[in-house]
Write a protein of this length. Sequence first.
Length: 123
Amino acid sequence: MSEDLPIPVCNGSDLVDGGRAVSFDLVYGGQTCRAFAIRHQGQVHAYLNRCSHVAMEMDWQPDRFFDETGQWLLCASHGAAYRPDTGACSGGPCKGGLIRIVLSEAQGVVFWHPTYIARPLQF
């Protein structure tokens, strides 16, 4: 598979508004990292699983990033809050926003679009 082609991440039905994320691995800036896909207000979004406050994974349980209201992404370690639609810092000890990973959804499938800095693990 060419690294320029979209890569299937999950079925669209796997992502429920404000619910569990689907995690996937990639190489970002030369380092193997975890990313996560979510759905918020009907749209799919993905970010590196790396808090901008301290570069550590954010989920409080595997694939759990949303607060209890399903409206904010929270870092389990220090309480930084991020907007699910943009990854922008909304409160807590953020140092900027989350790093966005490009997704699309077509025919019931969510696709990741690799970029020059966010590449698949195997070329």
